[in-house]
Design a protein around this ligand. Structure first.
Ligand code: SF4
Length: 362
């Protein structure tokens, strides 16, 4: 557990319907004072080790400030806070600290569920004089994490957005999105629907270590295929590439070949970004699991959150020919819209360049 953890794991042991059900007042749960609208906290054997804090949210739409790094001016919806997918590199982890919880184990096991999110969204959209141009889901925590199989919040959100005529995008690592494919196809007849799957690691052992709560890469690739077969576009976020672990020319090629084989419309590759808090967590994981990479990581991320220019240049030299070889165009220098079609499959792409040299940094 991260030293900053303030686990709310002492919440009452409550079961879903069909099992034992009780209600707990928010004030009765020490450590949850900053979780507003709390109705009850729930544990079930189906989700061992995870506590769900069910809240009645006052609002569903969040406006991302213009100062935000990735999505200036965007509107987002986060039906869940915290994420049981538990990716060690997850940049959303620090958002859990706003709830008075830790960014380590708490983020993965103390999941806040906005049970009324669809209803609140419908009300908000009905009241708004100016509707959002587009709403993004999955830019913070994953809307198709495992709990969605139980809570089924996404169908109501999709119906509310499509019904109001609001375009939307969904980014997920969850193959559970396949459950809602028919609904998404129906929505796409009314509004612009952009779907993205995030796939960073194809090696099963490494994926299990780094993203222990996620479906396998093969399940996610099959989801890309299912989305494409349903007639919708699907961007794959090849993200993040991890220095020393997934960044060799061979590994890049293997990932892009799998993505191409799944029929992805576009690829958006990004390098590991380590913001404060996550950086310490991630480096501690590297020290524990891959100590031979420790010095290299500290050199590459010596200046803060982003990889050094030197490393990024070497990585790009390996990425570029692989992108072209698999028919994907390279991203531009700035990412203002997560679905800005960086790496769109190119007709008339440049001819494949020779393979870049193997990485030299480790
Ligand atoms: S799926 Fe996304 S939100 Fe969830 S832990 Fe992984 S990176 Fe974070």
């Amino acid at each position: 557990m991260n030293p900053s953890e303030n686990s709310a794991g002492a919440a009452a042991d409550i079961r879903w319907s069909g099992q034992r059900v009780d209600a707990v007042e928010a004030g009765a749960l020490p450590g949850l004072e900053r979780v507003s609208g709390l109705v009850r906290s729930v544990r079930t054997p189906e989700f061992a080790g995870i506590t769900f804090h069910e809240v009645l949210a006052k609002s569903a739409l969040n406006h991302v400030p213009d100062t935000a790094r990735m999505l200036p001016g965007e509107w987002t919806i986060n039906p869940y806070r915290g994420c049981s997918h538990a990716c060690i590199y997850c940049y959303a982890r620090p958002t859990h600290e706003h709830l008075g919880m830790g960014l380590g184990t708490d983020f993965e096991t103390q999941i806040v569920v906005k049970t009324n999110v669809a209803e609140v969204l419908r009300t908000e959209l009905a009241k708004k004089r100016t509707l959002p141009d587009r709403v993004a889901l999955g830019t913070n925590t994953d809307p198709y994490q495992r709990a969605e199989g139980r809570y089924r919040l996404m169908p109501g959100i999709i119906e509310a957005l499509a019904g109001a005529g609001v375009d939307f995008s969904i980014l997920t690592k969850g193959s559970l999105i396949r459950r809602d494919l028919d609904l998404l196809v129906q929505a796409s007849r009314k509004v612009d629907v952009q779907l993205g799957l995030s796939i960073a690691v194809v090696d099963d052992e490494l994926q299990h270590l780094m993203e222990p709560g996620t479906p396998s890469a093969s399940a996610r690739l099959a989801t890309v295929r299912a989305i494409r077969d349903a007639g919708l576009d699907c961007t794959v976020f090849a993200a993040p590439f991890l220095p020393g672990l997934t960044d060799s020319a061979e590994q890049i090629d293997e990932l892009l070949a799998a993505i191409e084989g799944a029929g992805a419309t576009n690829v958006l590759p990004t390098l590991l970004y380590l913001q404060p808090g996550v950086k310490e967590l991630y480096l501690a994981w590297v020290d524990r699991e891959h100590p031979h990479l420790s010095a290299g990581y500290r050199r590459i991320y010596r200046d803060g959150t982003r990889a050094s220019r030197e490393y990024a240049g070497e990585f790009h030299a390996r990425l570029r020919p692989a992108m072209l070889r698999h028919g994907f165009r390279l991203p531009g220098p700035e990412v203002h819209d997560l679905f800005a079609l960086h790496g769109r499959r190119g007709k008339g792409s440049e001819a494949p360049a020779p393979r870049a040299a193997a990485p030299t940094l480790f």
